[in-house]
Design a protein around this ligand. Structure first.
Ligand code: PLP
Length: 348
């Protein structure tokens, strides 16, 4: 790979970061007259810890990584945006991404005026390693891989991911938003081996905290330091930091939800197998199924009328005819089956 020095934008390298009051003094048990806060209305009157130290300590224990290899943001979407702002010169640099995949990489690229070079997955939704490497040139800074991939649901072969990390000259951003459903496939433990790897994870899916907006990026100390320099100083608010800390105590809840959802996924697969409008159910490591049907838009619209909302992915590359269905509770899934049974009776 290129050195971090070669990859970081020159203006970011020479940036003098904003130094907040809490940067300059961060101890406790003092009289705080340094940040123009209101002394009343505790505890909301105080600015949050800009580095979320208490929360990171806990996350470091759960994830078995060091605290200085963790970045926390307003969803993992913040980390995606920071990767562009740290490494990609607008109008000059480019990134490589798989297709189909999560839509935010392209949106963040477009906002930052960065070209996205999309490389199609193979017909069985695997990585085309050679094509991905060939798509890169001297101005390619980032390579986005999402595994398990959204919307296809499959995880990519570890060997293919390793090959990409080892042979790509820039930074590989590996989005593991759904990794809690297949924890054994995480690359987090390989972080010390690969200085050009950023692993994204989130509390929005298996942990059930999408509403409080907390995402994680794991990377080398050097990359995390750069992210800390360019993020908004108080990017994770007090309410989120405290709520997340409390909810992290209930890891067994998360594990129960994961087990339940994986059981429901099995049942949903069997159920969809029986419908005449289903052509294929793709294997999924995540909490959703991608299902190829004979009439995706019609089924989607019918379900909306029945008050069940799924995602029409039929216009996405390689996903002709496909619907994406999130696994819900048994009760929610039953509502879906009931509506689909009705559709089959009335419309087929
Ligand atoms: C849901 C999802 C995320 C989560 O984003 P947050 O901003 O952390 O809520 C990230 N990546 C992918 C691929 C997702 O599907």
């Amino acid at each position: 790979m290129k050195s971090l020095d070669q990859l970081v934008r020159p203006n970011i390298k020479s940036l003098k970061p904003y130094s907040s009051a809490r940067d300059e003094f961060s101890g406790e048990e003092a009289v705080f007259l340094d940040a123009n806060e209101n002394p009343y209305n505790q505890p909301y009157n105080r600015y949050p810890d800009p580095y979320q130290r208490k929360l990171k300590k806990r996350i470091a224990e759960i994830k078995h990584v060091s605290e200085d290899s963790i970045f926390l943001g307003n969803g993992s979407d913040e980390a995606i945006d920071l990767a562009f702002r740290a490494f990609c010169e607008p109008g000059l640099d480019n990134v490589v991404s798989i297709d189909p995949t999560y839509g935010m990489y392209q949106v963040a690229a477009d906002i930052n005026n960065i070209e996205t070079r999309k490389v199609k997955l193979t017909s069985d939704f695997e990585l085309d390693v050679d094509a991905l490497l060939k798509a890169a040139d001297d101005h390619t800074k980032l390579l986005f891989i999402c595994s398990p991939n959204n919307p296809t649901g499959n995880s990519f072969k570890a060997d293919d991911i390793v090959k990409l990390i080892e042979q790509f000259e820039g930074i590989v951003v590996l989005d593991e938003a759904y990794i809690d459903f297949v924890p054994e496939k995480s690359f987090l433990k390989k972080l010390p081996t690969y200085p050009n790897l950023i692993v994204l994870q989130t509390f929005s899916k298996a942990w059930g905290m999408a509403g409080i907006r907390l995402g994680m990026a794991f990377a080398s100390q050097e990359i995390i330091r750069i992210f800390n320099h360019i993020k908004y100083p108080y990017n994770v608010n007090i309410l989120t930091q405290e709520k997340a800390f409390d909810l992290l105590a209930a890891e067994e809840d998360k594990n129960k939800w994961v087990a339940d959802l994986m059981e429901q996924k099995k049942l949903m697969t069997q159920q969809f197998d029986g419908y005449s409008f289903v052509e294929k159910i793709y294997p999924s490591d995540a909490n959703y199924l991608l299902i190829k049907t004979t009439a995706p838009r019609e089924i989607y619209n019918y379900l909306v009328e029945q008050g069940v909302i799924i995602r029409d992915r039929s216009t996405v590359a390689l996903c002709e005819g496909c619907l994406r269905v999130t696994i819900g509770t048994q009760e929610e899934n039953n509502s879906l089956y009931q509506a689909l049974g009705k559709y089959e009776q009335e419309c087929m």
